[in-house]
Design a protein around this ligand. Structure first.
Ligand SMILES: Cc1cc2nc3c(=O)[nH]c(=O)nc-3n(C[C@H](O)[C@H](O)[C@H](O)COP(=O)(O)O)c2cc1C
Length: 366
């Protein structure tokens, strides 16, 4: 059987194929953090067309400082549980699995909608691309954030979702702690890798006690900040972090990369040929060699040939896509029917505060 259509176990969860819709903020959620009818329709379409694992847009765990974008879904209060329950039931009714990504934007909280907000971060490292200097978190605030993440994990489980994914990528708060570029702390939360990963360990270990050993806990992990110079996140630290994550009971690691300052690293624009695809595959391969839990690769996967290669050459066990599902939510059905390539041209027009461009255009044309 085609490797892409073989089932796989992520801890106690069995996914029917190797396709993952990577977390994708869609800008069409309710302005109060609730899931919108347009989002229910989007997730229904992904599930109806056989997407094995659907990871939600990142839901933020603390209000208002954790918010990373307008119309972002929230998971910071019990009132969001019912919406995720309905979403899980919808997705599961088609045999797909639903994992909720939880995040805190930290220094990447844009103060656009409220100028009185000063973003928080491990350290007061200004972002030169937006000129905002965050405020360093106090020790008490870090413990509060750990509680916020753990409470969000519990809500995801209560909602009947299939698992939770911690966002430790793309320059959001947990990856800010991990990277020596954004974490300059000299207390227990900074310095050594052990200290820079402490917040992640506390969330996972405390969360596990409440959600139980069986509930799938995944992470999306940065493999790079997007800069090769010393002082940024190194691959060696990433590999050590992956080993620690496994020892703390994480069920699968999705490998990505890039922070806000590193333009075009997370979602590389203009992917035309196979050489430009799977741009985090070398890092994923190094991580996969160091752990025995499943590894998921995201970033520029566009052709069936490359997706199969990634799995057979042991760079990853699953392939995750974001932008191609914006253009074609029925992508997995198309691959099952023999498609060789996605239609997405990686133009990045989906980063659109009015909503995912190609998806909405397709809806208005029908
Ligand atoms: C519009 C848009 C929203 C995104 N939102 C998220 C998100 O909520 N969480 C996340 O981890 N990554 C997010 N990403 C990054 C993608 O999940 C993915 O890592 C990246 O786009 C590379 O994969 P691709 O080449 O298949 O698009 C987003 C990407 C796009 C284009």
């Amino acid at each position: 059987m085609d490797i892409l259509f073989q089932p796989i176990a992520l801890g106690s969860m069995t996914v029917s194929n190797r396709f993952v819709r990577s977390a994708t903020h869609d800008y069409i959620g309710g302005s109060d953090g609730t899931l919108s009818e347009a989002e229910f329709a989007l997730y229904r379409e992904l599930a109806q067309n056989g997407t094995g694992l659907i990871i939600t847009a990142h839901g933020y765990v603390s209000h208002p400082l954790g918010r990373g974008s307008i119309n972002q879904n929230g998971i910071y209060d019990d009132r969001f549980i019912d919406g995720y329950r309905r979403l899980a039931e919808t997705v599961q009714s088609f045999g797909s699995k639903l994992v909720v990504q939880i995040s805190h934007a930290g220094r990447q909280t844009p103060p656009d909608w409220d100028a009185s907000i000063t973003p928080v971060a491990p350290s007061a490292v200004a972002d030169p691309t937006v000129g905002i200097e965050p405020r360093a978190l106090t020790d008490a605030e870090i413990w509060q954030l750990i509680d916020d993440f753990v409470a969000a994990m519990v809500r995801v489980k209560k909602a009947g979702c299939d698992g939770v994914q911690l966002h430790i990528a793309h320059g959001y708060l947990l990856s800010q702690f991990l990277s020596p570029y954004t974490n300059k702390r000299t207390d227990n939360w900074g310095g050594s890798l052990e200290n820079r990963t402490r917040i992640i360990k506390e969330i996972i270990c405390r969360g596990r006690k409440l959600v139980g050993c069986e509930f799938p806990v995944l992470v999306k992990l940065n493999s790079t900040d997007g800069f090769a110079e010393p002082g940024y996140l190194s691959l060696e630290d990433v590999i050590q972090t992956a080993k620690m994550l496994e020892s703390w009971g994480v069920d699968a690691i999705e490998l990505s990369g890039g922070i806000r300052e590193a333009k075009g690293v997370m979602s590389r624009p203009g992917i035309k040929d196979v050489q430009q695809e799977a741009y985090f595959a070398p890092a994923a391969k190094a991580v996969k060699a160091a752990v025995s839990i499943p590894v998921i690769l995201v970033g520029g996967l566009r052709s069936r040939q490359v997706m199969e290669q990634v799995i057979t050459e042991k760079a990853a066990d699953m392939v995750a896509l974001s932008r191609p599902f914006v253009k074609q939510p029925d992508l997995v059905r198309r691959f099952r029917e023999g498609a060789a390539k996605v239609e997405c041209v990686s133009c990045n027009a989906c980063f659109n505060p009015k909503g995912l461009r190609c998806y909405l255009e397709a809806k208005t044309n029908v």
